[in-house]
Each structure stands twice: as structure tokens, then as C-alpha cells.
Design a protein around this ligand. Structure first.
Ligand SMILES: NC(=O)c1ccc[n+]([C@@H]2O[C@H](COP(=O)([O-])OP(=O)(O)OC[C@H]3O[C@@H](n4cnc5c(N)ncnc54)[C@H](OP(=O)(O)O)[C@@H]3O)[C@@H](O)[C@H]2O)c1
Length: 397
């Protein structure tokens, strides 16, 4: 029998989403190693109920208070009344800081994930970091908190996970590392005539050629803002300046990132475009565990192509580098404006080719100082959202 201390007790935040369900899938393959102690989501009562039925956590939370009350009733009706349910953003953050949780998977989508990521960080947990907005919005404060609390951060995002695997002792600050290279598939519109981008529908934008992901990140992949957010993430995670983080188009999405060394070597991580690969690496780190994904048949894959990014086609990537260089709270502004613009596009209130213009307008305002805590991050976020909503309204009009 495995002693309780050999079991890693997980909190999966964003459990009903794409990363959350993939994490639960990997955990289910290793019941002797992982126990799901806590699960959280936004408002999906039935989705979280089904997860509670299957994984039997001790605690659950929904950010939406009314949904949390419904979940409590549904759990009681299904004979699971002993699952402790908490509500609201604070309820989700409480699971991240739970004394009986060892590792927190931060897979909440958007800036809404910030509070729980910071709570896990302050509590010194092992953080399997998927929520990229945490680093984009409050990267400096988050990394500083981790240094202070001793929280260990293992990136789940496939590119950063690939860099993490290719680094010497996880340290990009080694003088041996010259640069890192993040790959991008180029999304569904990499070959589309730029003159036709105005007519793109949400259905087309969320149909990614290689990856199956949540809606918001799929649109971000189509605009390549996703890669811009990843460049910002990488600079914080690996303590690198923007000029040492490059992006290259790689259509097959088999090489996820490369670490370039001063002797002229690149170390690349190669694997299926299936998030269970980086999730399993993060869960098993420093060891390796089965993910349920097979090794790629390289002969069948045939080719690995690499191309430069056409910045005219993907202005969002340029805007991300611009925000990084501007410093202060510019990346938080970029993130909030992007969330508003993508939301408006998904609601059919904004044309696809106007997403970058809305973000650019929000960035044109005076750059706020870097957020030092959740409250200042919230204030920057709210101000940028108002600016972006106004820009959307002007565009619509
Ligand atoms: N999907 C990928 O392949 C991938 C890869 C790398 C990084 N990421 C990052 O991982 C994060 C999650 O992405 P995803 O694709 O898994 O998103 P997703 O499929 O849209 O799922 C989002 C999850 O967040 C939950 N949620 C929403 N608002 C919440 C709130 N206020 N409090 C707590 N939970 C909330 C949702 O719950 P409901 O179901 O109740 O709404 C759902 O469980 C994002 O930051 C994304 O950028 C994703």
C-alpha cells in the first residue's frame, strides 16, 4: 500500500475546461500517485458535479455564487453532500491555499485566474501553471512572491514546458543559454489572403488546425496574440529580456520550443500536439509518468518546417513585444484589451481584423506602473477594459 505522504494531493482549478479535463485524465491513470483533493470551475454546475462523481474530491468551488448554491443541492441529491462547496472568487482561491493540497493546477481561463494563482503562490504550493494571464498581468509580482514563499512553478503551457525540459537545471539565466525559440503553428489563417480577414467568423477562428483548445485561446492562436502572451510569459518565467525570446512558425506543431546554446546547439522538445504530454511532465516532474500519448512516428510525420512570422498578417504579436518593451503595466493593459476584443469578436460585435486595432488603442494611453498586488492589477485591468470597450463601441458605430 502506498503511504499517504507519497500521494500528491491536487487542486484542479478550471477543472471543467480543456486543460482541467486533460489533467484529470492523466491523474486517473496514476491513482496510486495522485489524489484529486479539490476542483473548481466558473459556473458549470453539471460539469463539476460529474467530476465530483468520478473523482470524489473533498472540496469543490464555483466562482459564480448562485451556481455554487445549485451545486451544493445537486451534490446532496446525488449522495455527495459531504463534498465541501465554496463560492465566489475567494472560494476558488481558498482551494488553492488549502493546507491539504500539495500541487495546484491553475487552469482557469483569463485574468479571472489571477487571484487563485497568487493564492497558491503565497501558500508556497507546487504550481502547475497553465493560466498564462497570471504572468502576463502580474508576472514580476508573481515571480517575486514565488521566490519569497518557496512556491515551485512548473509551466504547463506546451512551449514553456518544452523550454523547461531543454534548459540546463531549469535555468535560462545560465551563460550557456543564448536564446529560446517558441514555435507557433500560425493558426487557421496562416495562408489566408489578408484581404479576406474581415469576413472571418467565430466558428472559423476557433477551428484550430492542430490543437483542440478552449474558445478564447483558440481565437488568440488565430490572431497569434497567444504567441505574444507566451513571449511575455517566457520572459518572466525564465528571466530573459524580450530580445532573447524569438518566435518561429512551425506548421506541424510537433516541435514545441527550442533552447539555443552558445556552442551552436539547439535542444528541441518534440511530441504530439496533445496537452497531456506537457501536463504529465509537469505532474511527474522531476520524474516522468505515462500521459496516455504515444511517441510520434517521425517517419510518418515526414517533415518539420520552420518559417519566419509575417508581422503584417499577425500584428498582435508585434503589440505583445511592444507592451513588453514599454514595461510597467503595459502587458496587463494588453491582456485586458485583448480579452475584451476577443469577447466582442466571439459575440459578433467586432470584426476579426479589428481585434489588433482595439488593443493598439488601449495601449496608446499612458502606461500604468507595474501592478504590485491583486488590487493594483485589478485597477489596471478595469481601466484597460473600459478603454477597450469604448474602442469596440467606436469600431461598431
Ligand atoms: N487549452 C490549451 O491547450 C491551453 C494550452 C496552454 C495554456 N492554456 C491556458 O490555460 C488556461 C485554461 O485554458 P482552457 O483552454 O483550458 O480554457 P477553457 O477550456 O475555456 O476552460 C476554462 C476553465 O476555467 C473555468 N473558469 C472560468 N471562469 C472562472 C472563474 N472566474 N473562476 C474559476 N474558474 C473559472 C471554466 O469553468 P466553467 O466551465 O464553469 O466556465 C473552465 O473550467 C488559459 O489561461 C489558457 O491560456 C490552455
Amino acid at each position: 500500500m502506498v503511504a499517504e505522504r507519497d500521494v500528491t494531493r491536487l487542486a484542479v482549478l478550471g477543472a471543467t475546461g480543456s486543460i482541467g479535463t486533460n489533467t484529470l485524465d492523466v491523474a486517473a491513470r496514476h491513482p496510486e500517485t495522485f489524489r484529486v483533493r479539490a476542483v473548481a470551475a466558473g459556473r458549470d454546475v453539471e460539469g463539476l458535479l460529474a467530476i465530483c462523481q468520478r473523482y470524489r474530491p473533498d472540496r469543490a468551488a464555483l466562482a459564480d455564487e448562485a451556481a455554487a448554491a445549485r451545486l451544493r443541492d445537486r451534490l446532496a441529491a446525488e449522495g455527495l453532500g459531504d463534498v465541501e462547496v465554496s463560492a465566489g472568487e475567494a472560494g476558488v482561491a481558498a482551494l488553492a491555499a488549502d493546507a491539504e493540497v500539495d500541487a495546484v493546477v491553475t487552469a482557469v481561463v483569463g485574468a479571472a485566474g489571477l487571484a487563485s494563482s497568487l493564492a497558491a503562490c503565497e501558500a508556497g504550493k507546487t504550481i502547475l501553471l497553465a493560466n498564462k494571464e497570471t504572468l502576463v498581468v502580474a508576472g514580476a509580482a508573481f515571480m517575486e512572491t514565488a521566490r519569497r514563499s518557496g512556491a515551485r512553478i512548473v509551466p504547463v503551457d506546451s512551449e514553456h514546458n518544452a523550454v523547461f525540459q531543454g534548459l540546463p537545471g531549469d535555468k535560462a539565466t545560465s551563460p550557456d543559454v543564448e536564446r529560446i525559440l517558441l514555435t507557433a503553428s500560425g493558426g487557421p489563417f496562416r495562408d489566408r489572403d489578408p484581404g479576406t480577414l474581415a469576413a472571418i467568423t467565430p466558428e472559423e477562428a476557433v477551428a484550430h488546425p492542430n490543437w483542440s483548445m478552449g474558445q478564447k485561446i483558440s481565437v488568440d492562436s488565430a490572431t497569434m496574440m497567444n504567441k505574444g502572451l507566451e513571449v511575455i510569459e517566457a520572459c518572466h518565467l525564465f528571466d530573459l529580456p524580450p530580445e532573447r525570446v524569438d518566435v518561429v512558425i512551425h506548421r506541424q506543431s510537433l516541435v514545441h520550443a527550442l533552447v539555443g546554446y552558445r556552442d551552436g546547439s539547439y535542444l528541441a522538445q518534440v511530441g504530439s500536439p496533445d496537452m497531456r504530454v506537457p501536463i504529465a511532465y509537469a505532474m511527474g516532474y522531476p520524474g516522468r509518468i505515462a500521459s496516455g500519448v504515444e511517441l510520434i512516428d517521425l517517419a510518418a510525420a515526414g517533415r518539420l518546417d520552420f518559417e519566419a512570422v509575417d508581422e503584417r498578417r499577425f500584428p498582435c504579436l508585434r503589440l505583445a513585444y511592444q507592451a513588453l518593451r514599454a514595461g510597467g503595466g503595459a502587458c496587463a493593459v494588453l491582456n485586458a484589451a485583448n480579452e475584451v476584443a476577443v469577447g466582442a469578436f466571439l459575440d459578433r460585435r467586432l470584426r476579426f481584423d479589428r481585434i489588433a486595432a482595439v488593443i493598439e488603442e488601449a495601449l496608446a494611453a499612458e502606461t500604468p506602473p507595474p501592478p504590485g498586488d491583486l488590487a493594483s492589477a485589478g485597477a489596471i485591468d478595469a481601466q484597460a477594459r473600459r478603454a477597450a470597450e469604448a474602442a469596440v463601441a467606436r469600431t461598431e458605430g
